[in-house]
Design a binder for this molecule. Structure first.
Ligand SMILES: [Mn+2]
Length: 340
């Protein structure tokens, strides 16, 4: 292992100085409570998984016990993340010590913890670390930093706070969290701090092209076929300010794709000149119609998602509409056009 990098060279006083005073007053809990369950949100993405696995490693470096428990299994494309095979799926381990606390990462509301939620309620303290503007502050202790492009940024700052060097495996986890939530440092949520953290992560000697290849260049043929079919039928509204498409269940079958394969298709619509708001709807076998929305140039899709009991960030949000696909398309289109 190469020597670990310390805090970014561009942040005099240390990046931990970015932690707000209220959170700083209680974050010492992470050191003093000796046993933790670390919990990513359901259907875990690279930010929630990377930040959870990295936090578990940090807690162990502090001499504590930590286990990562998630409602849903880790999908194959994130199986390369260091420690991914250690994630306990579906229920809490039976042998947790008394006085075990819980930290949730990247979960904007309690329901995002999935079926595991009720079991977690028995643990104390309940720490909620997140960067979503829609976060419901459901923990006993909440650190919601909406200036962070990814929850992974918060976990990096914690290393600085506790003066713990960032190990190479941790750097890979946090790099995966940062690149996915920022779309390779393209989205407006990306800040100088995000890039300073990325720089420090790269300085640990991680093979970052491999991280990117593992996440983005190992798709099944069916996923590419699905993207082709969904993009071939996209719609433009409001003189080209809005672009959208939808994926009925039958399209997954025809493409030979899984529901997870729909991830990322929305980003193609971003490339259309003049588009301000873009979204994709997909029928789900589990529940209703799943919607992902993105905004450019300061438009607010969090406000739109909230009208359907969803949420997220100003520029990226989601919701589930419990209606047939055609009806969901009409209701969403009306809400999007009204927001312009
Ligand atoms: Mn995130």
């Amino acid at each position: 292992m190469k020597p670990a990098a310390k805090a970014s060279p561009v942040a005099p006083g240390g990046l931990a100085s970015h932690i707000d005073a209220e959170a700083r007053s209680w974050l010492g809990l992470l050191r003093s409570v000796r046993s933790w369950v670390v919990c990513p949100h359901m259907k875990p993405d690279a930010d929630t998984l990377g930040s959870s696995l990295a936090l578990a490693a940090l807690l162990r470096q502090l001499g504590n016990r930590a286990v990562v428990v998630c409602t849903d299994p880790v999908v194959d494309r994130f199986g390369f993340l260091p420690g991914a095979h250690e994630v306990v799926v579906g229920s809490l381990p039976a042998d947790l010590p008394p006085d075990t606390g819980v930290v949730t990462l990247d979960a904007a509301d309690f329901d995002r913890l999935g079926a595991l939620g009720p079991q977690l309620r028995a643990l104390h303290p309940f720490v909620n670390l997140d960067h979503h503007v829609s976060n419901k502050r459901f923990g006993t202790h909440n650190w919601i930093d909406t200036a962070s492009a990814a929850t992974g940024e918060l976990v990096y700052l914690l290393h600085d706070l506790f003066d713990v060097p960032v190990q190479r495996d941790t750097a890979e986890l946090l790099y995966a969290a940062l690149v996915t939530d920022t779309g390779f440092f393209r989205y407006p949520a990306t800040t100088a701090r995000t890039l300073a953290i990325a720089s420090a992560l790269v300085a640990t000697g991680i093979d970052f092209p491999r991280v990117i290849e593992c996440i983005y260049e190992r798709q099944a043929a069916g996923a590419i076929r699905l993207a082709g079919m969904a993009l071939a039928k996209f719609h433009l509204e409001a003189g080209g300010q809005v672009a959208w498409t939808s994926i009925p269940l039958a399209m997954f079958d025809e493409a030979g794709a899984t529901e997870d394969d729909a991830e990322g298709i929305i980003e193609e619509l971003r490339k259309i000149e003049g588009v301000q708001i873009l979204y994709i709807l997909r029928e789900s076998r589990e529940s209703g119609v799943r919607v992902s929305l993105r905004a450019k140039h300061g438009h607010d899709v969090n406000a739109i998602a909230r009208q359907f009991n969803g949420g997220g960030h100003l520029a990226a949000a989601g919701c589930v509409i419990d209606a047939p696909l055609a009806e969901a398309e009409e209701r969403l289109k009306a809400a999007v056009l009204a927001s312009l």
